[in-house]
Design a protein. Structure first.
Length: 288
């Protein structure tokens, strides 16, 4: 039999196999601190840039019946949280498929913002969910410079161009300015939760939007999540014939080796180390 004949003989089987394949639930991992500036020492991070390829592949999947978001994040940058959530809603509307979010260890602050991009949210009973608030943190290094006899020189035009410089003593007026930003961002966060959860919310604003964190079981009672369940348990119930396909972000080789963003400039080491400590502190706040 010629090569052409052999290929022709197999074609009906190939077509038949494809026709018999079942539906697909595409799952995207949203794991890590939400930040536009990952460091070489950080764990996985989330930003629109890092998850765009995975989201696009997930929503472009053949035989797609739903997209699942696997959320495990202590939060982070509000703008990146909003950008990723908006992108998820854009793709869901275009593809007309439901989106299910699954809170794993932690869906706090920006992590919960991401979960709210889903049509339904599920959590494990032991998951930590919520922290609907805004926080800023950093390090004051002015004492360190004084101790070592180092003088910092900053030249700027504009009265408020340099605020909250970690190498200068903190000013009360700068703290008040920052609190004003927090109030505005907090209001936007609460509005997003109300928009996405609507009448499902059973708790009062004074209860829900204090920055408190609850277990998955408590979050269900407050209407922050729809039910207790995992990806496989919910898919087995909703889509018993479906295959789960994980869409992983495509990471550059250096990132996979832990060298992404590495630099030979010695002056960058301290900011990178502090950023790594701050990332560690975000997880540690929740005992993780």
């Amino acid at each position: 039999m010629s090569v052409t004949d052999r290929i022709a003989a197999r074609l009906p089987k190939i077509v038949s196999d494809r026709a018999e394949r079942g539906p697909v639930v595409a799952a995207v991992r949203l794991h890590g601190v939400i930040t536009p500036t990952p460091t070489p020492m950080a764990r996985n991070t989330i930003s629109l840039q890092t998850v765009e390829s995975a989201l696009t592949r997930a929503f472009d999947h053949d035989r797609l019946v739903a997209v699942a978001l696997l959320v495990n994040s202590p939060g982070g940058a509000p703008t990146q949280s909003a950008l990723v959530a908006e992108r998820i809603r854009e793709l869901a509307t275009r593809k007309r498929v439901p989106v299910l979010a699954f809170c794993e260890d932690l869906a706090a602050s920006g992590g919960y913002w991401l979960a709210c991009a889903a049509d339904e949210i599920f959590a494990h009973g032991t998951s930590l969910v919520g922290s609907i608030g805004v926080v800023s943190a950093g390090f004051g290094l002015d004492g360190l410079l004084q101790r070592h006899g180092i003088e910092r020189r900053v030249f700027a035009a504009g009265e408020h161009k340099v605020r909250l410089d970690p190498f200068q003593p903190v000013k009360a007026e700068d703290v008040e300015w920052l609190k004003g930003l927090h109030v505005d961002l907090h209001a936007q966060f609460a509005a997003w939760v109300r928009e996405r959860r609507g009448a499902k919310l059973t708790g009062s604003d004074d209860e829900l939007f204090t920055g408190e964190v609850w277990t998955g079981a408590q979050a269900r009672d407050l209407g922050l999540v729809d039910g207790i369940g995992t990806l496989r348990s919910v898919v087995a119930q909703r889509y018993p014939d479906a295959e789960i396909a994980i869409a992983e972000p495509r990471r550059p080789l250096l990132a996979r080796l832990g060298l992404a963003g590495s630099t030979t400039r010695s002056g960058d080491f301290l900011p990178a180390a502090l950023a790594a400590l701050e990332e560690r502190a975000r997880w540690s706040r929740f005992g993780l």
